[in-house]
Design a binder for this molecule. Structure first.
Ligand code: HEC
Length: 142
């Protein structure tokens, strides 16, 4: 009877250890980096660079009237817009960075709101505002 009890509690203890180990491995995995803020380079490359970036994709989808696509891309761009200011640039002063990032966040949000309303003019105005903002920010912070 006692021996059986010991065996049962031993099995339970082993089970608990295994569970804790598995939990530890899961929480330490690089997967939860997903929740982290994308860095400046990632935002710039995926957001702006070339025909495969969100700016270009939103523009094309809007022109083709593919609103679901435009909205999906605009959502990611707006997420990037929020994320940019959470980063620290390697150059330039903090107040300037904050102001430029707020402007960028507002423009990306405007694009999303226009896409949600299927307002092509609004989307293009927002994209143009972003397109005209690269130089000033790069001069100060890149
Ligand atoms: C609010 C500031 C800001 C705005 C607006 C901005 N950028 Fe940038 N960009 C940066 C900073 C800062 C870097 C440097 C990142 C680094 O090297 O860590 C950068 C780097 C880049 C890079 C190089 C990325 C790499 O892999 O090294 C590209 C390409 C780029 N930007 C494109 C653009 C384009 C195109 C626009 C406008 C449509 C734009 N950016 C608007 C701040 C900005």
């Amino acid at each position: 009877m006692l021996r059986k009890l010991i065996r049962v509690s031993l099995v339970a203890a082993l089970g608990l250890t295994a569970t804790l180990l598995a939990y530890g491995a899961a929480t330490a995995s690089p997967q939860d980096k997903k929740d982290e803020v994308p860095d400046i380079k990632e935002i710039m490359a995926k957001g702006h660079k070339g025909t495969d970036a969100y700016l270009a994709k939103i523009k094309t989808a809007t022109k083709d009237g593919k609103w679901e696509d435009a909205q999906k891309y605009a959502k990611t761009l707006a997420f990037f817009g929020e994320a940019l200011g959470k980063n620290k640039p390697s150059k330039g002063d903090a107040d300037s960075w904050k102001a430029l990032c707020e402007k960028y966040a507002a423009s990306t949000k405007a694009v999303l709101e226009a896409a949600d309303k299927k307002d092509a003019k609004g989307v293009n105005a927002g994209l143009a505002a972003i397109g005209g903002s690269c130089g000033a920010c790069h001069k100060a912070h890149k």
